[in-house]
Design a protein around this ligand. Structure first.
Ligand SMILES: *Cc1c(COP(=O)(O)O)cnc(C)c1O
Length: 432
């Protein structure tokens, strides 16, 4: 199976040890399932490997744009994770969940004055600064409050992992961060170090997303460039940044063709590399932060749908339409993401029917996955899409006034609602 929390019992698919057809019956479809125990396991794999190999003060920071709702922040608090935030909305959600905001890191390439003020007043620990305009605003707003704001500078090491352009963010011409190669990063530090109300505590880079073992050397390359920069700033300007934040991006298995990612192994290799380079450059070994998003929550998620129309276009192709679509999972429509799709109540039957699994929206591109092989379904069958824990709920919309599905958490054989299904009343709440 794709992941160890997916199984089969009789003709039914199981997830986190539960018969998913029973959960579909209990809560209705479409439905997001999240395996809480798996989320915690994933956090612990990162926590342990980072503490073991990088040492004290190095830890993972969950990139919460991958899955953002109150319950997630409570789990992150319980697991002692840091969190990345990218908007005032995410900050507000984390605050409501009682997350200790000193362990939060605020990203974004265009923080407004409102965002900056809101983040400071919410006690956000670190600002990930994207550009000089933003740093000036932070300096001013921190001054008004009489605080010294800790900042980490986001840099682009000029590395292009072999992934989609839409998710490759470490290139020189990226909209995020400041380029090292052009000399702009150095000019930035040179000026920023004298700002009164900010303190530069580290540097950040994020090379991209869905990166696997064989491309894992992009992290080593990025670390080399970042440490060299670190050393330059240390020796030239006496800037003693203590944190190196290597971003997120470890890949997950969407289909059986995807490799397994050795998280601990990659962290061990990276730690040796960083220690070696730091020694050669005669700088202290920095504390290392990483920002996993997808690899914390993706395989903890599954989406259930009911089959509606089955359309066979003779001589062309077949469509199996489901009661959700791009409103709850826009990722195939956005960038052709692959998914494993199963007919949850007919497991073990021969997969001899080929169809595009289509959503219900008025948009031809509303496809969850093309060319799926499955047993021929009938109306009312349950379709399960695997590995949907990342960037599904958080990217969901109300296009066509489709209410967002509920998020049901599974833990130790129990199930509970973490996010309620939206009602029609929710949809019109702000309409005057
Ligand atoms: C999106 C993002 C992450 C998380 O990436 P994943 O591929 O989900 O691990 C981490 N850091 C930054 C800055 C990001 O933009």
């Amino acid at each position: 199976m794709l992941c160890e929390n997916i199984g089969v019992s009789g003709a039914h698919l199981t997830f986190a040890g539960r018969d998913v057809t029973e959960l579909a019956e209990k809560y209705g479809t479409p439905l997001y399932l999240m395996d809480e125990d798996k989320i915690r396991d994933n956090c612990r794999i990162y926590k342990k490997a980072m503490a073991d190999f990088f040492g004290e003060g190095s830890f993972p920071v969950f990139a919460s744009k991958a899955a953002c709702f109150k319950r997630i922040y409570e789990i992150m608090k319980e697991e002692n994770m840091g969190i990345d935030l990218v908007s005032s909305g995410e900050i507000a959600t984390a605050v409501k969940a009682g997350f200790p905001m000193e362990n939060s890191y605020f990203h974004g390439n265009n923080k407004t004055d409102f965002d900056i003020s809101f983040a400071m007043d919410s006690g956000v620990g670190h600002f990930m600064v994207d550009n000089m305009c933003e740093l000036e605003a932070i300096n001013e707003l921190a001054g008004e409050r009489g605080i010294t704001q800790k900042v980490i500078l986001r840099l682009t090491p000029g590395i292009d992992p072999h992934t989609y352009a839409a998710v490759a963010t470490g290139k020189v011409d990226s909209k995020f961060g400041i380029a090292i190669e052009t000399g702009q990063a150095e000019a930035f530090v040179k000026e920023a170090k004298d700002f009164e109300n900010v303190q530069i505590v580290g540097y950040h880079c994020h090379v991209g997303s869905q990166v696997f073992n064989e491309e894992g050397n992009v992290y080593l390359e990025a670390a080399t460039i970042m440490l060299k920069f670190f050393a330059d700033m240390y020796h030239k300007y006496n800037v003693k940044a203590e944190i190196l934040n290597m971003g997120g991006g470890f890949g997950v298995r969407y289909t059986d063709a995807d490799p397994y990612m050795d998280i601990a192994g990659n962290i061990e290799t990276l730690s040796k590399h960083i220690k070696d380079i730091a020694e050669k450059l005669e700088i202290p070994v920095p504390r290392v932060l990483m920002e996993p998003g997808r690899s914390i929550v993706a395989d903890a998620g599954m989406t259930l749908y009911s089959v509606g129309t089955i359309k066979e276009i003779t001589g062309y192709k077949n469509y199996v339409s489901i009661d959700g679509g791009m409103t709850d999972n826009p990722r195939y429509a956005l960038y052709g993401s692959k998914y494993t799709v199963l007919l949850a109540n007919k497991m073990g039957e021969e997969c001899n029917f080929k169809a595009d699994v289509a959503g219900r929206c008025c948009e031809s591109g509303d496809i969850i996955q093309p060319d799926v092989m499955m047993p021929k379904p009938v109306r009312g069958d349950i379709v399960a899409v695997c590995t949907t824990g990342a960037y599904n709920y958080s990217m969901a919309s109300n296009y066509n006034r489709v209410p967002r599905p509920a998020v049901v958490m599974l833990s130790g054989g129990e199930d509970y609602i973490a996010v309620k299904r939206e009602t029609f009343e929710d949809l019109i709440r702000n309409d005057i």
